[in-house]
Write a protein that binds this ligand. Structure first.
Ligand code: F0G
Length: 489
């Protein structure tokens, strides 16, 4: 299935257009309501894009989680599912697929990525080993570790925290930082595990190089640290390893995945991302680690042969994981992110560079420097983007952090609005529309103000929190939009 000779189809004219390597045979009608209607919906939903109903959203760029377009082969496989509490053939097919894909021996099913994180944190984060070191944290990962009294330390390279860069692997660990953190935490004996997150989500979907994974793995093995790999965003990361890491250009995707897996002790993933279905799982070849986690699956998830997943999703995931080895499958998100990023850049909109996977990330700190971090600039920009376009993005900034134990704000390293590009869902013209409206917003950025909480949940507050604009900037923004675009659309 995979073809190693080329990774993208280029145009003779030299124009950079991301070419779809699939055709759409089923479509869903979407609706574009007016800016005045959007203002009313946004007000009712507490200025939180998580709370918007789909009927009022034009382009749903909240996430790629569980919303990538599935292939016809995935749908066909769903009809073959063997429904059974125990011993389902579907499970054995999925287990075999995962063994072939990663080359690992044991597989524990779970209902999604954070369920794997719950099992990992329950198994390894203890009073004696409270520390997890990671390239960068992810919201749910961190929440599970904190819940058990642990702490998360980050060893991301300095370049990873710069929004403007041309470094190809900003998700890489800084090995010196890793060593300093291990010592500072009291030595390897105090560390629950080290974690590498593929396609580092919160810094803009930035990949980790195979070379860096080798170094981190060597360090962990030398120091007796367990190395856990979050493979949720492996598909995008794999594309970047293949295209940006010289020694990998001639290697097959299978070979690369197998080498990555051989460097890790435990691998987990969200099947809502990897495999373009729903569900998740934990893989390892180490019997001791497998046994340490195994009994938690029937407790939290479901019996060992389904782990909280429906058999249909397991079949779709198995096919989706195999399809990850097709370069023209895994190229789609990175190429569309790049196209959207270039459109935005051409309009002067500040975006995270280099373009990563997952989505295009708009830098709210540079877009609206007038809004202080305490007024959630990324959330404010996210609400403004919805008002002028009907595009639903996701705040990835201070709002997505938890408060410090003393109640003060934990200001985020970056204030980003993520415009996720789920695989094979949007067309090029839809991305151009998003860029056009965000370009308008950029020209009118002085009108944007901040947000304040009306109702703030204690954990993962970004999911369900409700906010209100500080002043009446949203009404004035919509007024100006309607002046320039009289249809209000
Ligand atoms: N790890 C990473 C890197 C993720 O991006 C996610 C989810 C998870 C773990 C948790 O997986 O959602 O299946 O429980 N990311 C989603 C997102 C929510 O929108 O980026 P889950």
């Amino acid at each position: 299935m995979s073809d190693n000779s080329y990774t993208r189809v280029t145009f003779f004219s030299g124009e950079n257009v991301p070419l779809e390597m699939h055709k759409a045979r089923m479509v869903q009608r979407i609706h574009l309501i007016s800016a005045q209607e959007r203002l009313s919906v946004l007000t009712q939903t507490g200025n939180n894009t998580f709370l918007l109903p789909n009927r009022d959203v034009f382009l749903d760029m909240l996430t790629d989680s569980g919303v990538n377009a599935m292939s016809e082969v995935q749908y066909a496989a769903m009809l073959m599912a063997d429904d059974s509490y125990a011993g389902s053939e579907t499970f054995y097919r999925l287990e075999k697929t995962i063994q072939d894909f990663f080359g690992t021996q044991f597989f524990l099913p779970a209902h999604q990525g954070r369920a794997c994180e719950n099992i990992l944190a329950s198994s390894y984060v203890t009073a004696e080993t409270p520390t997890v070191i990671t390239n960068y944290h992810f919201t749910t990962t961190k929440a599970h570790i904190l819940l058990r009294g642990g702490q998360v330390l980050e060893a991301i390279s300095d370049a990873g925290l710069s929004t403007q860069s041309d470094l190809p692997f900003k998700g890489d660990y800084d090995l010196d930082k890793l060593d300093a953190l291990v010592r500072g935490a009291g030595g390897p004996g105090k560390i629950a595990f080290a974690r590498i997150e593929a396609g580092t989500n919160l810094i803009g979907g930035q990949p980790v190089s195979l070379g860096n994974m080798r170094e981190v793995s060597a360090y962990c093995r030398k120091n007796g640290l367990l190395l856990v790999f979050d493979a949720s965003l492996l598909a995008d990361n794999l594309y970047f390893i293949k295209t940006r890491e010289e020694e990998c250009r001639r290697r097959s995707l299978t070979e690369i995945v197998r080498e990555i897996a051989s460097l890790m002790d435990v691998i987990y993933f969200s099947g809502r991302k990897l495999g373009c279905a729903r569900g998740g799982g934990i893989c390892t070849s180490n019997r001791k680690e497998y046994m340490r986690m195994r009994d938690l699956v029937p407790l939290y998830e479901g019996f060992l042969t389904y782990g909280g997943m429906s058999v249909r999703e397991m079949e779709a995931m198995a096919v989706g994981i195999r399809e990850t080895l097709d370069i023209h499958n895994i190229s789609q998100t990175p190429l569309f992110v790049e196209a959207l990023g270039q459109e935005l850049q051409a309009k002067g909109v500040p975006v995270v560079t280099p373009f990563g996977g997952l989505g295009c990330h708009v830098d709210a700190s540079r877009f609206i420097p007038q809004v202080p971090q305490e007024q959630y600039p990324a959330a404010a920009l996210c609400s403004a983007i919805y008002l002028v376009s009907g595009v639903r993005g996701m705040e990835r900034g201070t709002l997505s952090e938890s408060r410090n134990p003393d109640g003060s704000e934990h200001l985020s390293n970056m204030e980003l609005v993520r415009l996720a590009v789920p695989k094979r869902v949007f067309t090029h013209s839809q991305l151009k529309f998003a860029a056009d409206r965000i370009g308008w917003l950029h020209e009118n950025r002085d009108l944007i103000g901040g947000l304040a909480f009306e109702d703030e949940p204690r954990t993962l507050r970004f999911f369900l929190g409700r906010l209100k604009p500080i002043g009446d900037w949203q009404r004035r923004l919509v007024e100006k939009f309607v002046q320039d675009m009289p249809s209000g659309l």
